[in-house]
Design a protein around this ligand. Structure first.
Ligand code: ZN
Length: 156
């Protein structure tokens, strides 16, 4: 098992990588759900595109501009939810929210979160929690929206 500081460096590296080379960073022309998210505190903007087939996320992508945390989080999110059922996505979201909003000195279960666990560090920086959750809120808004009209979600 690595030391805490080694783990932190590793996590940092994953976040930097996803910021520099975001996965699924594109407009999806045939999306059947989408939503725009805005975090006015930091200026992050994200549009999440989803192609939902029945109860499963067949494809997901995002576009936008913002800080490294918001971009890396959106990138990690799309990687994590692609191919998942809505129920699984909901479970991931609940786990993620719990992780980033829990007190820094408490133990939090991250085993089920996979790569998303690299964002656990944001809970030490309350102003960053909204950056990390923005894409998730946009995803949830997109999935709730049954029309193709863009829903707009703001973290404030
Ligand atoms: Zn931000």
């Amino acid at each position: 098992m690595s030391s805490d500081s080694e783990l932190r460096d590793l996590y940092q590296e994953v976040i930097l990588d996803h910021n520099k080379r975001p996965r699924n960073f594109r407009v999806m022309e045939d999306a059947n759900h989408r939503a725009d998210g805005h975090n006015p505190l930091c200026g992050d903007r994200v549009t999440v595109f989803v192609r939902l087939a029945g109860d499963r996320i067949e494809d997901v992508s995002f576009q936008g501009s913002g800080c490294a945390i918001s971009k890396a989080s959106a990138s990690l999110m799309t990687d994590s939810v692609k191919g998942q059922s809505l129920g699984d996505v909901d479970t991931l979201f609940q786990g993620f929210q719990l992780m980033v909003t829990s007190a820094p000195d408490t133990d939090v279960e991250t085993d089920s979160l996979g790569k998303l666990a690299v964002l656990a560090g944001v809970r030490e920086f309350p102003s960053r929690v909204k950056c990390a959750s923005l894409a998730w809120h946009a995803l949830r808004a997109a999935l709730k929206d049954s029309s193709q009209v863009a829903a707009i979600v703001s973290t404030e």
